[in-house]
Design a protein around this ligand. Structure first.
Ligand SMILES: [Zn+2]
Length: 118
């Protein structure tokens, strides 16, 4: 799962990653079932997606969640199939799902935020 996402959120409309990372320096990603397991979604990698928490919140509670769900379903299916192809060996070659990242805004992992002001 995390291999396929290559550390990126798989939402094509992603607004960018959170300005922080985990203790070990990994991006903060949440694995989500596109179709809720509780609602009978299959527990299969092609039906799952890696999302930044902000995108996960949209997918769960946002007004556009149904729209996003459809998009993510197609993205997950496509990327899962692509990785299954014999000539596609590295997940990293897929890069960010959205391709909307501007390199300028690369996130630098901050060490414990010292006194976040108002
Ligand atoms: Zn995202």
């Amino acid at each position: 799962m995390l291999l396929r996402s290559a550390g990126y959120c798989e939402n094509p409309n992603c607004a960018g990653q959170p300005e922080d990372c985990t203790d070990v320096g990994d991006p903060i990603l949440e694995i989500d079932h596109i179709h809720d397991l509780a609602r009978g979604g299959p527990d299969d990698p092609s039906q799952m997606i890696a999302l930044y928490p902000s995108c996960h919140a949209i997918k769960t509670r946002g007004r556009t969640r149904e729209e996003l769900r459809q998009v993510l379903f197609v993205v997950a299916r496509h990327r899962h199939d692509a990785l299954s192809e014999p000539w596609m060996t590295a997940a990293a070659s897929l890069g960010p799902a959205g391709g909307q990242f501007d390199g300028e805004r690369g996130v630098t992992c901050r060490t414990a935020a010292a006194g976040d002001g108002p």
